[in-house]
Write a protein that binds this ligand. Structure first.
Ligand SMILES: Nc1nc2c(c(=O)[nH]1)N[C@H]1C(S)=C(S)[C@@H](COP(=O)(O)OP(=O)(O)OC[C@H]3O[C@@H](n4cnc5c(N)ncnc54)[C@H](O)[C@@H]3O)O[C@H]1N2
Ligand code: MOO
Length: 395
């Protein structure tokens, strides 16, 4: 059987980092920056007030109380400013440009709030409540480097330096396609022998959670020809495809039957539990990577975490490798088949202990949903006792 590590290595060697494109800022959330972003002007662009109050010369308010005539009123956005001479004050708002001559701002709370003449009741030091030009960013300074994932605050600084469009590696578009004649969309009644399709929802959500744009395609039954038709229709909008089901040893395995003959997708057994039957390869003119995951709900989700998530990272231009683990101590024993790496569902606590959940079947979706970690039992281990140190993957 192929090892988990070898399977991941093959996947990472096959998938390609997506080419950069220029996107509107509004569409860039979650993408990876593909250029250096720098500030064309200093930020703030001009000296300005950090508070609502009065721009003065600090020396004039050293002895208080003192009454100063208010010679001007500046709001944020004002551009015609009168200079503040000795013995004068200018009423000023937060963010308004500091008038020439002023070297301190007295917050309104330390005054009587006068509009023609103001009484200042407390002294303030030189430079008080003034935000200097360039104290956040100097003109020409790099604010974001290529490879940065754009979150809300990164988007903010890109806008803050005046950019409307930005070169990024996009979020991979991933089409998720469930197969199985027994599947019914949730919301519809179940007939005999039917179950509600959950995998396509889990996997589409997992794609979004992993920085991709997941699209759930219409479920197809057990007909390989219909599967190929649906796949063809979806390929135009996909950077990657995930299928669930139809990859094991049954009489009706549409994914395996449809993709096997292409010669570009391999179906293998990977030495893991759950998730042993795996298909991976490329399809279509553009050699779109396809992950043919097993249909059991726990198996497909574990396979996603181990294989698809790192592939999405590579596509996004980020460092990609095996899922990260932390060490924890078992609060109950676990078993694992010889020669396969097990990923058992557990609840990781803040004290560094992990409790295996009671139901470890590959079909037990509720047990998976109650877990927050996968306990990794290595290939050479068949049992791990309570208290054993184990590696766990956080979910
Ligand atoms: N004779 C053998 N039988 C099986 C083997 C084997 O080696 N020899 N492997 C088992 C393992 S391990 C797995 S995992 C499954 C994988 O099966 P498939 O990928 O072919 O998936 P299906 O047969 O279509 O479905 C398996 C199971 O999962 C349910 N399912 C499928 N799709 C969904 C969905 N979208 N949402 C919810 N549940 C789904 C399906 O009803 C089946 O119960 O094969 C074993 N068999
Ligand atoms: O290896 Mo299968 O994925 O148990 O359920």
């Amino acid at each position: 059987m192929k090892s988990v590590d070898a399977h991941l290595a093959e996947i990472l060697a096959t998938v390609r980092t997506l080419a950069p494109l220029e996107l509107e800022l509004e569409r860039s959330l979650g993408t990876t920056l593909a250029e250096e972003v720098s500030a064309p002007v200093p930020l703030p662009p001009f000296d300005n007030s950090a508070m609502d109050g009065y721009a003065v010369q600090a020396a004039d308010v050293a002895q208080v109380p003192v009454r100063l005539p208010v010679i001007d009123d500046v709001a944020a956005g004002s551009d015609e400013l009168r200079a503040v001479g000795p013995g004068h004050a200018v009423r000023i708002m937060t963010g308004a440009p500091l008038p020439a001559g002023a070297d301190a701002v007295v917050p309104v709370e330390l005054t009587d709030g006068g509009t023609a003449v103001v009484t200042i009741n407390r002294p303030v030091p030189l430079g008080n409540a003034i935000r200097r030009a360039g104290e956040d960013v100097q003109a020409g300074e790099v604010v974001l480097k290529p490879g940065t994932v754009i979150g809300p605050t990164q988007l903010g600084i890109i806008a803050g330096v005046g950019r409307r469009r930005v070169w990024v590696r996009p979020r991979p578009r991933v089409v998720v396609l469930s197969t199985g004649a027994e599947l019914v969309d949730p919301g519809l009644p179940l007939g005999p022998g039917q179950i509600w399709d959950s995998n396509s929802f889990t996997l589409t959500a997992a794609v979004r959670d992993s920085g991709g744009d997941g699209f759930r395609a219409t479920t197809v039954g057990d007909d390989p020809a219909l599967f190929l038709e649906q796949l063809d229709a979806q390929l135009v909008r996909a950077d990657a495809i995930i299928t669930s089901g139809g990859v094991s040893m049954g009489a009706y395995e549409p994914v395996k039957e449809a993709l096997g003959p292409l010669g570009t997708v391999r179906f293998e057994k990977v030495a893991m539990q759950p998730g042993m039957p795996q298909g991976f390869g490329v399809v279509g003119e553009d050699q779109v990577p396809i992950f043919a995951l097993p249909g059991n709900p726990v198996s497909s989700y574990v396979s996603f975490l181990l294989f698809v998530q790192p592939a999405l990272r590579k596509m996004r231009g980020l460092a990609a490798g095996p899922a990260e683990t932390v060490t924890a101590h078992l609060l109950g024993p676990v078993r694992s088949p010889a020669g396969r790496r097990s990923y058992l569902r557990g609840v990781l606590a803040s004290d560094g202990t992990v409790t295996p959940v009671h139901s470890q079947g590959s079909h037990q979706l509720a047990a998976l949903a109650s877990a927050n970690a996968l306990i990794v039992a290595p290939e050479d281990v068949t049992e791990l006792p309570t208290g054993a140190a184990v590696e766990v993957i956080r979910l």
